[in-house]
Design a protein around this ligand. Structure first.
Ligand code: PMT
Length: 221
């Protein structure tokens, strides 16, 4: 149907920066505001999709007409995504997931003592990579936030994480990446560059990515 290219599709989008607890009052996070993921949620809904937004610490209002699942850590997000994985047609991983978390979250507030404090961090689960391994019919869209060698890193993430598309942003550029209302991206598939989108509203980035996804999903059920 014209204007509703995602009608009847179920989409899960992750947004925001995960929170990895150090103790009851402190945590590690990152600069993601959730705007990019929220733009995907809103745009997909307008294109006819049934949308679930898995939201970690997002700084903007949730769009109307979608299901929101608030989460904190990478572990929580992993669980929330996998609970919905089987029924999903498209999964968009716009969240900035922590790569490491404190080995243990202290049960009580850590007291100040000594001149230095060492936190031991352990790797978190790579959600996109585990989705890539579990992929059957789903169309999987990952992101790559880079400060250098964008093409190289995007290509390696696409391959390693078995994504259908990687949306790569050079987060050192003005108006691109974390916290802004705009973004500029290069979209890659296994063959290489699919499309380059110069700085524009995050909703417009989402719309163009979702149109590519919709056209490539035809024939999948
Ligand atoms: O939220 P905003 O303020 O609007 O900012 C948007 C954004 C910069 C956060 C967004 O455009 C973006 O680039 N999101 C991905 C950020 C990121 O973590 O990129 P990465 O290159 O570290 O990770 C690559 C991919 O693997 C991402 O899809 C990420 O969700 C996923 N990943 C990473 C680590 C991990 N443990 N699990 C994952 O699933």
């Amino acid at each position: 149907e014209a204007g509703m290219p995602l009608l009847g599709k179920k989409m899960v989008v992750t947004a925001g920066g995960t929170i990895e607890r150090i103790d009851p009052v402190r945590y590690i996070t990152n600069d993601s505001s959730g705007k990019m993921g929220v733009a995907f949620a809103k745009t997909a809904k307008d294109m006819g999709a049934e949308v679930t937004l898995i939201a970690a610490n997002i700084q903007v209002k949730y769009p109307e007409g979608i299901t929101v699942v608030p989460v904190q850590s990478a572990d929580d997000m992993h669980q929330a995504v996998f609970e919905r994985w089987e029924q999903s047609d498209i999964v968009v991983k716009a969240a900035a997931v922590a790569d490491y978390r404190p080995m243990e979250a202290a049960k009580q507030k850590i007291k100040k003592k000594g001149e230095t404090l060492t936190l031991e961090l352990v790797k978190t689960v790579d959600i996109l990579e585990s989705l890539g391994k579990a992929k059957t019919h789903q169309f999987l869209i990952g992101f790559a936030a880079e400060t250098n060698d964008l093409e190289l890193h995007a290509a390696s993430k696409l391959e390693r994480k078995n994504a259908d598309l990687i949306v790569a942003n050079d987060v050192t550029q003005e108006g691109v990446g974390f916290g802004t209302d705009t973004n500029a991206v290069k979209i890659f598939d296994k063959q290489g560059l699919v499309k380059e989108i110069p700085v524009t509203a995050k909703e417009e980035v989402a719309r163009q990515v979702l149109l590519i996804a919709a056209s490539r999903m035809d024939g999948r059920k």
